[in-house]
Write a protein that binds this ligand. Structure first.
Ligand SMILES: Nc1ncnc2c1ncn2[C@@H]1O[C@H](COP(=O)(O)OP(=O)(O)OP(=O)(O)O)[C@@H](O)[C@H]1O
Ligand SMILES: [Mg+2]
Length: 385
């Protein structure tokens, strides 16, 4: 029995043509950039989008970019939107390289400093009378990797040329991370912020209804199933979880040859997925994070609740040895554990143990280690890794 009309529309990368319940935020974002279209006295824009997991930050920015490029074409202006995920491009240099790639600048791959790349980019934009909007998505990764410097750099973009050539959108889950920046950089980024609040039940219901209508053959997902889906996702307020469940429920229904997607399929989908390892989430981990998390999963095998960081480091070195990778030092490994904690994969508990000093205990909240290990092995063995 065929249930899906277009399954791809539920993939993590797909950007829907509209975002129900984000209309206000979308028009707010557009209003920040309106000077670029009206043209009377355009200026460089710096905006921040914040919101917790699955509140639609990435989709909002990408949809804005698509629509803005289109509107610019109509207004006979050359605007290019480039979306860079800083979890993949973790340094300012690599972000800039990514822009060069997308903008197809004739620049050799090596031998350029950040300033030189930026200079060439601005030159190219001026020659083509173009304006570039850069979105730095998951910008926390940039901050972790290089501190405040990239933000300082990005916040001053556009000051060099007579005409504004570059605007920046920074996406962060938590705005508080910006406290690590100096106040001038922070205020220049914070001038225009869009905050996305978590979705409630009725919003999630509208969202899954709309996404189901796009992805499934009409009437194959009854209203009752949609209500149940919205209900079970509402606690987290995370649209990614809701969409992932919708897709998985459809797969379960299809595999059973059912003519409809029912609540039972949703329950099966729920049992098969752990929120932290929804499709896509693990793929964004850096190589070091993937290996460190694998070390955690392995060390927790055999019903262990906690392991010490020293035990973990041993497990990590063993994995590196198996695969002939050079292991990182302990300090760097410890930093990787911190980033895994920040992303909610692990929990670190530091306990003072009298004369023996302090010890760190690591646990895996809510993901069975066997499942996590299997998923991570899949990621490591896939061609991208
Ligand atoms: N208002 C909406 N309408 C339809 N689909 C939505 C809406 N909001 C989010 N989604 C869908 O939910 C999923 C998660 O959204 P998105 O990736 O934009 O969230 P995010 O805030 O960037 O999450 P993260 O912090 O994990 O990066 C995507 O599949 C997206 O298409
Ligand atoms: Mg995102």
């Amino acid at each position: 029995m065929k249930l899906f009309r277009d399954e791809e529309r539920l993939s993590p990368e797909f950007v829907p043509s509209t975002l129900p319940h984000r209309e206000k935020e979308l028009s707010l974002l557009r209003s920040f950039f309106s000077s670029l279209l009206s043209g009377s006295s355009p200026y460089s824009v710096r905006a921040v989008i914040t919101g917790s997991v699955g509140t639609g930050k990435t989709s909002l920015a990408k949809l804005f970019g698509q629509q803005f490029e289109r509107d610019a074409r109509k207004a006979k202006r050359n605007v290019v939107y480039v979306h860079v995920n800083c979890r993949i491009n973790r340094t300012l240099f690599s972000v800039l390289r990514r822009i060069v790639e997308v903008a197809q600048l004739p620049l050799p791959r090596r031998g350029f400093t950040e300033e030189e790349v930026m200079h060439r980019l601005l030159e190219h934009l001026t020659e083509n009378d173009a304006h570039l909007i850069l979105t730095a998505d998951e910008a926390e990764a940039l901050l972790m990797e290089e501190g405040a410097e990239p933000f300082y750099f990005l916040s001053r973009i556009g000051e060099e040329t007579d005409e504004p050539r570059l605007s920046v959108i920074v996406i962060l889950r938590d705005i508080e991370i910006l406290e690590r920046l100096d106040s001038q950089t922070r205020s220049s980024l914070l001038g225009t912020a869009v905050h996305l609040s978590v979705y409630g039940y009725s919003e999630l219901l509208d969202i899954v209804r709309f996404r189901a209508a796009e992805a499934f053959i009409p009437t194959t997902v009854p209203e009752e199933t949609l209500e149940f889906l919205a209900d079970v996702s509402a606690e987290r307020g995370d649209a990614r979880y809701a969409i992932d469940l919708l897709w998985r429920s459809g797969k379960f229904a299809e595999a059973e040859g059912s003519s409809r997607v029912t609540a039972e399929h949703v329950r099966k989908a729920m049992a098969s997925v752990y929120p932290a390892i929804t499709r896509g989430a693990l793929g964004y981990l850096s190589h070091d994070e993937t290996v460190a998390l694998l070390a955690c999963a392995r060390s927790m095998r055999g019903d262990k609740a906690y392991v010490t960081s020293a035990e973990l480091f041993e497990a990590y070195r063993l994995i590196c040895e198996e695969r002939s990778w050079a292991p990182k030092g302990y300090t760097s490994f410890w930093e990787t554990l911190q980033t895994l904690q920040d992303q909610g994969f692990i929990r670190i508990k530091v306990q003072s143990e009298g004369a023996r000093g302090r010890r760190s205990y690591i646990s895996l909240p809510g993901i069975p280690s066997v499942l996590l290990e299997a998923e991570l092995m899949r990621v490591l063995d896939s061609p991208r890794a």
